[in-house]
Design a protein around this ligand. Structure first.
Ligand code: NAG
Ligand code: NAG
Ligand code: NAG
Ligand code: NAG
Ligand code: NAG
Length: 373
Protein backbone atom coordinates (compact mmCIF):
# COMPACT_ATOMS: atom_id res chain seq x y z
CA UNK A 1 0.00 0.00 0.00
CA UNK A 2 2.92 2.32 0.62
CA UNK A 3 3.76 4.70 -2.17
CA UNK A 4 7.24 3.93 -3.52
CA UNK A 5 9.70 6.81 -3.65
CA UNK A 6 10.38 6.20 -7.35
CA UNK A 7 6.68 6.29 -8.23
CA UNK A 8 6.22 9.44 -6.21
CA UNK A 9 9.13 11.17 -7.94
CA UNK A 10 7.53 10.43 -11.29
CA UNK A 11 4.35 12.08 -10.05
CA UNK A 12 6.32 15.05 -8.72
CA UNK A 13 8.03 15.61 -12.06
CA UNK A 14 4.98 15.01 -14.25
CA UNK A 15 2.78 17.19 -12.04
CA UNK A 16 5.32 19.96 -12.24
CA UNK A 17 5.55 19.74 -16.02
CA UNK A 18 1.74 19.63 -16.34
CA UNK A 19 1.51 22.76 -14.22
CA UNK A 20 4.03 24.58 -16.37
CA UNK A 21 2.10 23.81 -19.55
CA UNK A 22 -0.17 26.63 -20.62
CA UNK A 23 -3.64 25.30 -21.26
CA UNK A 24 -4.93 26.25 -24.67
CA UNK A 25 -8.60 27.14 -24.81
CA UNK A 26 -10.49 23.93 -25.40
CA UNK A 27 -13.47 23.55 -27.63
CA UNK A 28 -16.65 22.59 -25.85
CA UNK A 29 -16.08 18.99 -24.86
CA UNK A 30 -19.00 18.38 -22.55
CA UNK A 31 -22.43 20.10 -22.72
CA UNK A 32 -22.63 20.31 -18.89
CA UNK A 33 -20.98 19.40 -15.57
CA UNK A 34 -22.94 17.93 -12.67
CA UNK A 35 -21.10 17.83 -9.38
CA UNK A 36 -21.86 16.04 -6.11
CA UNK A 37 -19.66 16.32 -3.03
CA UNK A 38 -18.64 18.20 0.09
CA UNK A 39 -16.58 21.30 0.85
CA UNK A 40 -13.97 20.30 -1.74
CA UNK A 41 -16.62 20.92 -4.40
CA UNK A 42 -19.30 23.25 -2.94
CA UNK A 43 -19.51 26.45 -4.98
CA UNK A 44 -22.19 28.14 -2.86
CA UNK A 45 -24.88 25.78 -1.52
CA UNK A 46 -23.86 25.81 2.15
CA UNK A 47 -23.98 29.58 2.48
CA UNK A 48 -27.53 29.53 1.10
CA UNK A 49 -28.93 26.60 3.06
CA UNK A 50 -26.97 26.61 6.31
CA UNK A 51 -24.97 29.66 7.27
CA UNK A 52 -23.20 32.45 5.43
CA UNK A 53 -20.48 32.26 8.12
CA UNK A 54 -17.63 31.84 7.67
CA UNK A 55 -17.44 30.91 3.99
CA UNK A 56 -19.18 33.97 2.59
CA UNK A 57 -16.81 36.34 4.35
CA UNK A 58 -13.21 37.40 3.93
CA UNK A 59 -10.60 35.94 4.07
CA UNK A 60 -12.49 33.21 2.16
CA UNK A 61 -12.29 34.18 -1.50
CA UNK A 62 -9.63 36.84 -0.94
CA UNK A 63 -7.55 35.59 -3.88
CA UNK A 64 -10.64 35.91 -6.12
CA UNK A 65 -11.39 39.36 -4.77
CA UNK A 66 -14.66 38.32 -3.11
CA UNK A 67 -16.09 35.46 -1.05
CA UNK A 68 -18.29 33.02 -3.00
CA UNK A 69 -19.11 30.32 -0.49
CA UNK A 70 -16.15 28.22 -1.59
CA UNK A 71 -14.08 26.81 1.28
CA UNK A 72 -10.79 28.22 -0.02
CA UNK A 73 -9.08 31.50 -0.81
CA UNK A 74 -10.10 30.99 -4.44
CA UNK A 75 -11.37 28.39 -6.90
CA UNK A 76 -11.80 24.63 -6.54
CA UNK A 77 -10.87 21.73 -8.85
CA UNK A 78 -14.37 21.60 -10.37
CA UNK A 79 -13.99 25.29 -11.32
CA UNK A 80 -10.66 24.72 -13.05
CA UNK A 81 -12.10 21.75 -14.92
CA UNK A 82 -15.11 23.83 -16.04
CA UNK A 83 -12.75 26.57 -17.25
CA UNK A 84 -10.55 24.15 -19.15
CA UNK A 85 -13.46 22.60 -21.05
CA UNK A 86 -15.05 25.93 -21.96
CA UNK A 87 -17.99 25.81 -19.54
CA UNK A 88 -19.10 28.47 -17.05
CA UNK A 89 -18.32 27.87 -13.37
CA UNK A 90 -20.81 25.26 -12.17
CA UNK A 91 -23.64 27.12 -10.36
CA UNK A 92 -24.85 25.99 -6.92
CA UNK A 93 -28.17 24.16 -7.22
CA UNK A 94 -29.75 25.90 -4.23
CA UNK A 95 -29.41 29.27 -5.99
CA UNK A 96 -32.65 28.91 -7.94
CA UNK A 97 -31.96 32.06 -9.94
CA UNK A 98 -29.25 30.23 -11.90
CA UNK A 99 -29.39 28.67 -15.35
CA UNK A 100 -28.57 24.96 -14.96
CA UNK A 101 -28.52 24.07 -18.67
CA UNK A 102 -24.70 23.86 -18.58
CA UNK A 103 -24.53 22.12 -15.24
CA UNK A 104 -25.42 22.22 -11.58
CA UNK A 105 -23.43 21.75 -8.42
CA UNK A 106 -25.16 19.79 -5.64
CA UNK A 107 -22.12 19.64 -3.33
CA UNK A 108 -22.50 21.02 0.19
CA UNK A 109 -19.84 21.84 2.75
CA UNK A 110 -19.94 19.18 5.48
CA UNK A 111 -21.88 16.67 3.36
CA UNK A 112 -21.44 12.99 4.03
CA UNK A 113 -21.74 9.92 1.80
CA UNK A 114 -23.98 8.25 4.38
CA UNK A 115 -27.30 9.41 5.80
CA UNK A 116 -27.69 10.63 9.37
CA UNK A 117 -29.74 7.49 10.16
CA UNK A 118 -26.67 5.31 9.63
CA UNK A 119 -24.64 7.31 12.12
CA UNK A 120 -27.43 7.12 14.69
CA UNK A 121 -27.62 3.32 14.25
CA UNK A 122 -23.90 3.22 14.98
CA UNK A 123 -24.41 5.38 18.09
CA UNK A 124 -22.38 8.15 16.49
CA UNK A 125 -24.29 11.25 17.53
CA UNK A 126 -21.53 13.83 17.71
CA UNK A 127 -20.73 15.96 15.90
CA UNK A 128 -24.24 16.15 14.46
CA UNK A 129 -24.49 16.45 10.68
CA UNK A 130 -24.64 20.16 9.91
CA UNK A 131 -27.63 19.67 7.66
CA UNK A 132 -29.66 17.38 5.45
CA UNK A 133 -27.27 17.19 2.53
CA UNK A 134 -25.93 13.65 2.25
CA UNK A 135 -25.16 12.02 -1.08
CA UNK A 136 -28.67 10.53 -1.28
CA UNK A 137 -30.20 13.98 -0.73
CA UNK A 138 -27.97 15.44 -3.46
CA UNK A 139 -29.07 12.65 -5.81
CA UNK A 140 -32.70 13.52 -5.13
CA UNK A 141 -31.92 17.14 -5.99
CA UNK A 142 -30.52 15.96 -9.32
CA UNK A 143 -33.60 13.85 -9.96
CA UNK A 144 -35.77 16.85 -9.15
CA UNK A 145 -33.85 19.00 -11.63
CA UNK A 146 -33.58 16.43 -14.42
CA UNK A 147 -37.01 17.01 -16.05
CA UNK A 148 -36.18 20.68 -16.56
CA UNK A 149 -32.89 19.78 -18.25
CA UNK A 150 -34.02 17.32 -20.87
CA UNK A 151 -37.34 15.66 -21.50
CA UNK A 152 -38.17 16.36 -25.14
CA UNK A 153 -37.40 12.75 -26.04
CA UNK A 154 -35.54 9.99 -24.27
CA UNK A 155 -32.97 10.08 -27.06
CA UNK A 156 -32.23 13.78 -26.46
CA UNK A 157 -31.89 13.21 -22.74
CA UNK A 158 -29.58 10.22 -23.19
CA UNK A 159 -27.43 12.27 -25.55
CA UNK A 160 -27.22 15.30 -23.22
CA UNK A 161 -26.61 13.40 -19.99
CA UNK A 162 -24.41 10.83 -21.73
CA UNK A 163 -22.06 13.55 -22.94
CA UNK A 164 -22.10 15.53 -19.67
CA UNK A 165 -19.36 15.21 -17.08
CA UNK A 166 -20.35 13.97 -13.62
CA UNK A 167 -18.27 14.32 -10.44
CA UNK A 168 -19.25 12.08 -7.53
CA UNK A 169 -17.01 13.35 -4.75
CA UNK A 170 -14.99 14.03 -2.87
CA UNK A 171 -17.06 12.11 -0.30
CA UNK A 172 -15.98 10.31 2.85
CA UNK A 173 -13.90 12.94 4.68
CA UNK A 174 -16.87 14.12 6.74
CA UNK A 175 -18.12 10.58 7.36
CA UNK A 176 -14.74 9.63 8.78
CA UNK A 177 -14.50 12.78 10.94
CA UNK A 178 -17.87 11.83 12.45
CA UNK A 179 -16.84 8.21 13.10
CA UNK A 180 -13.51 9.33 14.57
CA UNK A 181 -15.37 11.34 17.19
CA UNK A 182 -16.68 8.06 18.58
CA UNK A 183 -14.38 5.28 17.31
CA UNK A 184 -10.68 4.58 16.93
CA UNK A 185 -8.99 5.25 13.63
CA UNK A 186 -8.37 1.51 13.19
CA UNK A 187 -12.05 0.71 13.80
CA UNK A 188 -13.13 3.52 11.47
CA UNK A 189 -10.88 2.19 8.73
CA UNK A 190 -11.91 -1.44 9.02
CA UNK A 191 -15.63 -0.99 9.63
CA UNK A 192 -16.70 2.12 7.77
CA UNK A 193 -14.52 2.61 4.70
CA UNK A 194 -16.23 -0.21 2.78
CA UNK A 195 -19.67 1.18 3.69
CA UNK A 196 -18.74 4.66 2.46
CA UNK A 197 -17.31 3.25 -0.77
CA UNK A 198 -20.47 1.23 -1.40
CA UNK A 199 -22.55 4.39 -1.06
CA UNK A 200 -20.37 6.25 -3.58
CA UNK A 201 -20.40 3.35 -6.04
CA UNK A 202 -24.19 3.00 -5.69
CA UNK A 203 -24.59 6.72 -6.45
CA UNK A 204 -22.46 6.39 -9.59
CA UNK A 205 -24.58 3.45 -10.65
CA UNK A 206 -27.82 5.38 -10.06
CA UNK A 207 -26.46 8.21 -12.26
CA UNK A 208 -25.55 5.70 -14.98
CA UNK A 209 -29.15 4.48 -14.87
CA UNK A 210 -30.20 8.10 -15.45
CA UNK A 211 -28.01 8.21 -18.57
CA UNK A 212 -24.63 9.41 -17.22
CA UNK A 213 -21.69 7.89 -19.09
CA UNK A 214 -18.70 10.04 -18.07
CA UNK A 215 -18.13 9.94 -14.33
CA UNK A 216 -15.20 11.09 -12.21
CA UNK A 217 -14.76 9.66 -8.71
CA UNK A 218 -12.36 11.87 -6.71
CA UNK A 219 -10.63 10.10 -3.82
CA UNK A 220 -9.49 11.28 -0.41
CA UNK A 221 -6.57 13.51 0.47
CA UNK A 222 -3.90 12.31 2.91
CA UNK A 223 -6.01 13.04 6.00
CA UNK A 224 -3.07 12.59 8.36
CA UNK A 225 -1.33 15.60 6.80
CA UNK A 226 -4.23 17.99 7.49
CA UNK A 227 -3.43 20.65 10.11
CA UNK A 228 -6.87 19.91 11.65
CA UNK A 229 -6.16 16.19 12.11
CA UNK A 230 -2.59 16.87 13.31
CA UNK A 231 -4.03 19.25 15.93
CA UNK A 232 -7.05 17.18 17.01
CA UNK A 233 -5.27 13.80 17.18
CA UNK A 234 -1.71 14.52 18.37
CA UNK A 235 0.35 11.54 19.48
CA UNK A 236 3.16 11.45 22.03
CA UNK A 237 4.61 8.51 20.10
CA UNK A 238 7.01 9.67 17.37
CA UNK A 239 6.50 6.42 15.46
CA UNK A 240 2.88 7.47 14.75
CA UNK A 241 4.25 10.14 12.38
CA UNK A 242 5.71 9.46 8.93
CA UNK A 243 8.76 11.15 7.39
CA UNK A 244 6.62 14.14 6.32
CA UNK A 245 5.36 14.67 9.85
CA UNK A 246 1.89 13.33 8.95
CA UNK A 247 -0.12 10.92 11.12
CA UNK A 248 0.39 7.59 9.43
CA UNK A 249 -2.79 5.79 10.58
CA UNK A 250 -4.99 8.56 9.19
CA UNK A 251 -3.15 8.44 5.89
CA UNK A 252 -3.60 4.67 5.90
CA UNK A 253 -7.36 5.25 6.22
CA UNK A 254 -7.30 7.53 3.16
CA UNK A 255 -5.15 5.07 1.20
CA UNK A 256 -7.57 2.24 1.98
CA UNK A 257 -10.49 4.44 0.90
CA UNK A 258 -8.70 5.22 -2.37
CA UNK A 259 -7.77 1.60 -3.00
CA UNK A 260 -11.40 0.50 -2.62
CA UNK A 261 -12.66 3.41 -4.72
CA UNK A 262 -10.21 2.54 -7.53
CA UNK A 263 -11.49 -1.02 -7.39
CA UNK A 264 -15.10 0.21 -7.56
CA UNK A 265 -14.24 2.29 -10.63
CA UNK A 266 -12.81 -0.82 -12.30
CA UNK A 267 -15.86 -2.88 -11.40
CA UNK A 268 -18.24 -0.22 -12.73
CA UNK A 269 -16.30 -0.04 -16.01
CA UNK A 270 -16.55 -3.81 -16.37
CA UNK A 271 -20.28 -3.79 -15.59
CA UNK A 272 -21.08 -0.77 -17.82
CA UNK A 273 -18.77 -0.89 -20.86
CA UNK A 274 -20.60 2.09 -22.37
CA UNK A 275 -19.59 4.31 -19.43
CA UNK A 276 -16.18 5.90 -18.84
CA UNK A 277 -15.36 6.00 -15.12
CA UNK A 278 -12.27 7.81 -13.82
CA UNK A 279 -10.66 7.70 -10.40
CA UNK A 280 -9.23 11.17 -9.66
CA UNK A 281 -6.47 11.17 -7.07
CA UNK A 282 -6.01 13.89 -4.45
CA UNK A 283 -3.56 11.81 -2.42
CA UNK A 284 -0.46 11.62 -4.62
CA UNK A 285 -0.54 15.30 -5.71
CA UNK A 286 -0.69 16.46 -2.08
CA UNK A 287 2.21 14.14 -1.19
CA UNK A 288 4.11 15.54 -4.17
CA UNK A 289 3.60 19.07 -2.76
CA UNK A 290 5.05 17.89 0.57
CA UNK A 291 7.95 16.08 -1.13
CA UNK A 292 9.15 19.00 -3.26
CA UNK A 293 7.31 22.13 -2.09
CA UNK A 294 9.70 24.61 -3.73
CA UNK A 295 9.11 23.01 -7.14
CA UNK A 296 5.42 23.97 -6.83
CA UNK A 297 6.04 27.40 -5.33
CA UNK A 298 5.17 26.36 -1.78
CA UNK A 299 7.09 27.32 1.33
CA UNK A 300 8.86 24.27 2.80
CA UNK A 301 8.55 25.47 6.39
CA UNK A 302 4.75 25.66 6.27
CA UNK A 303 3.61 22.61 4.28
CA UNK A 304 1.73 21.26 7.33
CA UNK A 305 0.64 24.67 8.66
CA UNK A 306 -2.69 26.28 7.71
CA UNK A 307 -2.44 29.68 6.03
CA UNK A 308 -5.56 30.87 7.85
CA UNK A 309 -6.15 29.91 11.48
CA UNK A 310 -6.13 30.74 15.14
CA UNK A 311 -2.57 29.81 16.04
CA UNK A 312 -0.80 26.77 17.46
CA UNK A 313 1.85 24.48 15.96
CA UNK A 314 -0.24 23.85 12.82
CA UNK A 315 -2.12 27.17 12.95
CA UNK A 316 -5.38 25.31 13.55
CA UNK A 317 -7.70 25.97 16.47
CA UNK A 318 -11.23 24.54 16.25
CA UNK A 319 -12.62 27.34 18.43
CA UNK A 320 -10.85 30.01 16.41
CA UNK A 321 -11.45 28.63 12.92
CA UNK A 322 -10.48 30.65 9.85
CA UNK A 323 -13.01 33.45 9.41
CA UNK A 324 -13.67 33.82 13.14
CA UNK A 325 -11.56 36.19 15.23
CA UNK A 326 -8.86 35.99 16.38
CA UNK A 327 -7.94 33.78 13.37
CA UNK A 328 -5.99 35.57 10.64
CA UNK A 329 -4.76 34.62 7.18
CA UNK A 330 -1.12 34.46 6.14
CA UNK A 331 0.36 37.17 3.93
CA UNK A 332 0.62 35.10 0.74
CA UNK A 333 -1.74 32.09 0.46
CA UNK A 334 -0.08 31.01 -2.78
CA UNK A 335 2.94 29.86 -0.70
CA UNK A 336 0.76 27.47 1.34
CA UNK A 337 -0.73 24.06 0.58
CA UNK A 338 -3.36 24.22 3.34
CA UNK A 339 -5.79 27.11 3.40
CA UNK A 340 -7.71 26.71 6.68
CA UNK A 341 -6.43 23.41 8.07
CA UNK A 342 -9.06 21.31 6.26
CA UNK A 343 -9.19 22.74 2.74
CA UNK A 344 -6.42 23.53 0.27
CA UNK A 345 -5.38 26.83 -1.27
CA UNK A 346 -6.31 27.82 -4.82
CA UNK A 347 -2.83 27.09 -6.25
CA UNK A 348 -2.91 23.60 -4.73
CA UNK A 349 -6.38 22.99 -6.19
CA UNK A 350 -5.31 24.40 -9.58
CA UNK A 351 -2.31 22.07 -9.82
CA UNK A 352 -4.47 19.11 -8.81
CA UNK A 353 -7.12 19.99 -11.41
CA UNK A 354 -4.49 20.16 -14.16
CA UNK A 355 -3.14 16.76 -13.25
CA UNK A 356 -6.71 15.42 -13.36
CA UNK A 357 -7.36 16.97 -16.75
CA UNK A 358 -4.18 15.80 -18.43
CA UNK A 359 -2.97 13.03 -16.12
CA UNK A 360 -1.24 11.48 -14.29
CA UNK A 361 -3.56 11.92 -11.31
CA UNK A 362 -6.80 10.91 -12.99
CA UNK A 363 -7.06 7.50 -14.61
CA UNK A 364 -8.11 7.99 -17.32
CA UNK A 365 -7.38 11.76 -17.60
CA UNK A 366 -10.58 13.84 -17.58
CA UNK A 367 -9.98 15.34 -21.04
CA UNK A 368 -9.93 11.85 -22.54
CA UNK A 369 -13.39 11.17 -21.09
CA UNK A 370 -14.72 13.39 -23.85
CA UNK A 371 -13.42 10.87 -26.38
CA UNK A 372 -13.81 7.50 -24.73
CA UNK A 373 -16.88 5.30 -25.20
C1 NAG B 1 -25.79 1.38 20.30
O1 NAG B 1 -26.12 1.53 21.67
C2 NAG B 1 -27.14 0.65 22.10
C3 NAG B 1 -27.51 1.02 23.53
O2 NAG B 1 -26.37 1.17 24.31
C4 NAG B 1 -26.66 -0.79 21.97
O3 NAG B 1 -27.67 -1.70 22.36
C5 NAG B 1 -26.29 -1.07 20.50
O4 NAG B 1 -25.73 -2.35 20.37
C6 NAG B 1 -25.29 -0.04 20.03
N1 NAG B 1 -25.07 -0.23 18.58
C7 NAG B 1 -23.86 -0.32 18.04
C8 NAG B 1 -23.82 -0.51 16.56
O5 NAG B 1 -22.82 -0.22 18.68
C1 NAG C 1 -33.96 15.04 4.85
O1 NAG C 1 -34.49 15.00 3.54
C2 NAG C 1 -35.31 13.88 3.30
C3 NAG C 1 -35.68 13.89 1.82
O2 NAG C 1 -35.87 15.16 1.33
C4 NAG C 1 -36.53 13.96 4.19
O3 NAG C 1 -37.34 12.81 3.97
C5 NAG C 1 -36.08 14.01 5.63
O4 NAG C 1 -37.18 14.18 6.48
C6 NAG C 1 -35.09 15.16 5.85
N1 NAG C 1 -34.58 15.09 7.21
C7 NAG C 1 -34.42 16.16 7.95
C8 NAG C 1 -33.85 15.92 9.30
O5 NAG C 1 -34.69 17.28 7.56
C1 NAG D 1 -39.57 19.48 -19.42
O1 NAG D 1 -40.93 19.50 -18.97
C2 NAG D 1 -41.21 20.49 -18.00
C3 NAG D 1 -42.64 20.29 -17.51
O2 NAG D 1 -43.48 19.89 -18.54
C4 NAG D 1 -40.95 21.87 -18.61
O3 NAG D 1 -41.22 22.87 -17.64
C5 NAG D 1 -39.51 21.96 -19.04
O4 NAG D 1 -39.26 23.19 -19.64
C6 NAG D 1 -39.15 20.83 -19.98
N1 NAG D 1 -37.71 20.85 -20.20
C7 NAG D 1 -37.15 20.79 -21.40
C8 NAG D 1 -35.67 20.84 -21.43
O5 NAG D 1 -37.80 20.67 -22.41
C1 NAG E 1 4.81 3.60 19.72
O1 NAG E 1 4.18 3.00 18.58
C2 NAG E 1 4.81 1.80 18.18
C3 NAG E 1 4.18 1.36 16.86
O2 NAG E 1 2.78 1.45 16.91
C4 NAG E 1 4.67 0.76 19.26
O3 NAG E 1 5.32 -0.44 18.88
C5 NAG E 1 5.31 1.32 20.55
O4 NAG E 1 5.07 0.41 21.61
C6 NAG E 1 4.72 2.68 20.90
N1 NAG E 1 5.45 3.27 22.00
C7 NAG E 1 4.84 3.80 23.05
C8 NAG E 1 5.73 4.41 24.09
O5 NAG E 1 3.63 3.79 23.18
C1 NAG F 1 -7.94 28.61 20.60
O1 NAG F 1 -8.70 29.79 20.47
C2 NAG F 1 -9.44 30.13 21.63
C3 NAG F 1 -10.34 31.30 21.28
O2 NAG F 1 -9.58 32.39 20.84
C4 NAG F 1 -8.47 30.43 22.75
O3 NAG F 1 -9.18 30.74 23.94
C5 NAG F 1 -7.60 29.18 23.00
O4 NAG F 1 -6.59 29.48 23.96
C6 NAG F 1 -6.92 28.74 21.71
N1 NAG F 1 -6.25 27.47 21.92
C7 NAG F 1 -4.97 27.27 21.67
C8 NAG F 1 -4.45 25.91 21.94
O5 NAG F 1 -4.27 28.14 21.19
Amino acid sequence: MRVSVAALLVVVVVLHVADATVLRPQKLLFPAIFSFGDSYADTGNYIIEVDPRPFNFSPYGDTLGRPTGRASDGLLPVDFVANAVGLPLVPPYLDRSQDFSKGANFAVIGARALDQAFFLEQNVTSPAAPMNSSLSVQLRWFEELKPSLCNATKLDCDDYLGKSLFFVGEFGGNDYLAFLSAKSVEQTTQTFVPVVINAIAAAAERLIQHGARRIVLPGNIPMGCLPAILTLYPSPNASDYDSYGCLDKFNALARYHNELLRRSARELRAKYPRAAIAFADYYQPVLAFLTAPALFGFDRSTTLVACCGGGGEYNFNATAFCGFPPATACEDPSRSVSWDGIHLTQPAFRKIARSWLHGPSSVPPILTLALEL
